[in-house]
Design a protein around this ligand. Structure first.
Ligand SMILES: Nc1ncnc2c1ncn2[C@@H]1O[C@H](COP(=O)(O)OP(=O)(O)OP(=O)(O)O)[C@@H](O)[C@H]1O
Length: 378
């Protein structure tokens, strides 16, 4: 099973520029999480901080009981061995063929024989669909193949945690869909904890168990996918829909005057950039038939059902609907418990009474509508 990553109050600045502050979240073991956020909000800095390539100013990042912010160099070296990292461009050595690129960490960090290395490299290359391409140079293959080669290399040391920085960048939508499936299949096979940074909304809606978002130097939210996918936070809605109307601007956040002017234009019929209304929980990708069941999903059900009462009603509804009838019976919940709660009035007294009755075996709701700009942990 993958390692749990517990981030508490993490803050990072460069000089006087605060990148993000007080980031608190937990990556549950073996689950897949995605971090969203407009460009420049510090997602890559977050990934680098998690493997100790950058040192946060304050806070903790605890993995297997070791806080990598304050641990010794030797401890950090050991903890880093738990990670596999897929960098944006695959970060392959241009002069080495794919076999040698994938074999590199094994030759650097282990004493394995060449025949053992060969066995591992071929196995990982098969996992990512690159069998037969071992002799190719990175410059001779497509961007999608380079990503998959980078992923194979990230896998050779059997990582417990995999970090992927924009695995979809430069890929067409079809290759991104294949890569999304590959990440889910890998998770099913090795049960690693995975954190993906992406701008790809399809991937964000269909791949992860947990979703988070960085904006205005804070973690806007982080938790079960259903929370962000049903969120009415303006910044989340704007980002998921890719429209200009909202708090995110071209390079920086907007002032209220700009927002009002843009809203006026939109009200007058000027196109706001979005093409469809993206909201709600869509089905999550499943491992390809024949592969093992994802253990992270099995564990997640108990975890999420134990915090269900703390989540917004629309997220509760999405979670309940994702359960099979047998699971709904087991957890003593049923779909459409929230169906009559009008948007903007959640939770309302009448359905809430019904919900509490229906959730008799679960703790009562603690959910409060978020304050503007308030972050959240999972
Ligand atoms: N080593 C560094 N020294 C100084 N500033 C840095 C350093 N690394 C990143 N930054 C700054 O931190 C901010 C966040 O950068 P980062 O690359 O993490 O953003 P991002 O959210 O990943 O963006 P994108 O989505 O465009 O990849 C930027 O303003 C960047 O200039």
């Amino acid at each position: 099973m993958g390692a749990e990553v517990v981030v508490e109050g993490l803050t990072k600045s460069f000089g006087r520029q605060t990148i993000w502050r007080d980031v608190t979240l937990t990556l549950p073991p073996g689950e897949v999480s995605v971090m969203l956020g407009p460009s420049g909000t510090g997602k890559s800095v977050f990934l680098k901080s998690m493997i100790g390539l950058l040192k946060p100013d304050r806070g903790k990042c605890v993995i297997n009981g070791v806080d990598i912010v304050s641990c010794s160099e030797r401890q950090l070296y050991e903890i880093r061995k738990l990670f596999g990292v897929l960098f944006q461009d695959g970060a392959l050595f241009g002069s080495m063929n794919l076999f040698d690129n994938v074999a590199f960490p094994l030759r650097e960090h282990t004493r394995k024989s060449e025949s053992e290395i060969r066995q591992i490299v071929l196995e990982k290359m098969e996992m990512v669909g690159l069998t037969g391409a071992e002799k190719k140079l990175p410059g001779e293959i497509s961007g999608g193949m380079r990503k998959r080669a980078g992923l194979a290399r990230a896998l050779v040391l059997d990582p417990e945690i995999i970090l992927c920085d924009e695995p979809d960048s430069g890929l067409d939508p079809v290759r991104t869909a294949y890569l999304s499936q590959l990440l889910i299949d890998l998770n099913a096979q090795i049960d690693a904890t995975i954190l993906i940074v992406t701008h790809n909304i399809n991937l964000a809606r269909t791949v992860p168990d947990n979703l988070g978002m960085l904006f205005r130097r804070e973690l806007v939210m982080f938790g079960p996918r259903e929370v962000l996918l049903t969120s009415e936070e303006p910044v989340v809605e704007q980002f998921l829909n890719g429209r200009r109307i909202g708090p995110i601007g071209m390079s920086e956040e907007k002032d209220t005057a700009t927002m009002a002017a843009e809203q006026q234009l939109a009200d007058a019929g000027h196109h706001d950039g979005s093409t469809e209304d993206v909201r709600g929980v869509v089905p999550q990708l499943q491992p390809t038939p024949g592969l093992p069941e994802r253990q992270g999903v099995r564990r997640r059900k108990d975890r999420v059902m134990s915090i269900l009462h703390t989540l917004p009603p629309a997220a509760q509804e999405g979670i309940i609907e994702s359960l099979t009838p047998a699971e709904q019976q087991r957890y003593n919940v049923h779909p459409h418990m929230m169906a009559t709660v009008p948007a903007g009035h959640r939770p309302s007294p009448q359905p809430r009474e019904r919900i509490q009755g229906d959730l008799a075996d679960l703790p009562q709701t603690q959910w409060q509508p978020p304050q503007q700009g308030q972050g959240g942990g999972a």
